[in-house]
Design a protein around this ligand. Structure first.
Ligand code: NAD
Length: 266
């Protein structure tokens, strides 16, 4: 993290970041810690999550958790309270793309359960568990990572799109419901960000092949957006920092696109 990103925007805050071992979650954990937060990093990938936590020293702690399992999410929130004395920020970030067949009729419906379990139930359960603690402690911020795929209809990635659209709706509904407890609920809709998630996921394809296709497609994605620059995990992390900080105290129920303008015309 560059020196210029050191600061005190989140001094005294405790944040849980799901999917904190990679991509957007990792960049956000680093930025939040650099801004004074104590960070609980949750991930199914213990090696990755541990590595990020270790790199942040005393400011961070790793908890193995699968967000599609209610017990894991409760444990996660309890650990934040036990370890760091509270919970001010819940970043429901963990997500998967599911297999990326170009057409709906090729999709495996068993894969749907998995995508819904992580992308939608994980966000709802994370909100439910975190809000109970925040209600007792006078408030907090819940941030959900949706996607432009939840705004723009399209042919492929059907289960991913519908879970992200549902996360957007859930964010607005829970913002209305939880406002009474001084809990803000916001969402982000990133565009194309080069992380492991955007490497194509198809059974039988090697990781190397998937990354090669993603890297070949990336310039096309970049040129399709008005700003014509590549969005990075740090771009999303900086928006997360704003939405979770007191600078956004009057903001709730919004979905912030971080997409170089892709959705501006729709
Ligand atoms: P990533 O693959 O780099 O990171 C996702 C992390 O989540 C991984 O560390 C993974 O192990 C973890 N994870 C997966 N399933 C989990 C589970 N059940 N419980 C806990 N952790 C789990 O992906 P990313 O691009 O950083 O994605 C983060 C979020 O951003 C996702 O919700 C994704 O849908 C969203 N998003 C990403 C993009 C993009 O272009 N990369 C665009 C829009 C939205």
């Amino acid at each position: 993290m560059s020196q210029s990103m050191q600061g005190e925007e989140l001094k005294g805050k405790v944040a849980v970041i799901t999917g904190g071992g990679s991509g957007i979650g990792k960049a956000t954990a680093e930025l939040f810690a650099a801004q004074g937060a104590k960070v609980i990093i949750a991930d199914v990938n213990a090696d990755a999550g541990n590595e990020v936590a270790k790199s942040l020293g005393e400011a961070a702690h790793f908890v193995p958790a699968d967000v599609s399992k209610a017990g894991d999410v409760e444990q996660l929130v309890d650990t934040a309270v036990e370890r760091f004395g509270g919970l001010n920020i819940m970043f429901n970030n963990a997500g998967i793309s599911g297999a990326q067949y170009p057409r709906f009729l090729d999709d495996d419906l068993a894969d749907f359960d998995k995508v819904v379990g992580i992308n939608l139930f994980g966000v709802m359960k994370g909100t439910h568990s975190a809000a109970k603690v925040m209600r007792e402690n006078g408030g907090g911020v819940i941030l959900n990572n949706a996607s432009i795929a939840g705004i723009l209809p399209g042919q492929a990635l059907m289960s991913y799109r519908v879970t992200k659209a549902a996360v957007i709706h859930f964010t607005k509904c829970s913002a209305i419901d939880l406002a009474e407890y001084n809990i803000r609920v916001c969402g982000m809709a990133p565009g194309h960000i080069r992380t492991p998630l955007t490497a194509f996921t198809l059974p039988g394809m090697s990781e190397e092949q998937m990354v090669r296709i993603r890297d070949a497609m990336a310039p096309v994605w970049d040129s399709n957006q008005p700003l014509k620059r590549h969005g990075s995990p740090n771009d999303v992390a900086k928006s997360a920092l704003f939405l979770c900080s007191d600078s956004a105290a009057q903001i709730t129920g919004v979905i912030l696109p971080i997409d170089g303008g892709i959705t501006a015309g729709d």
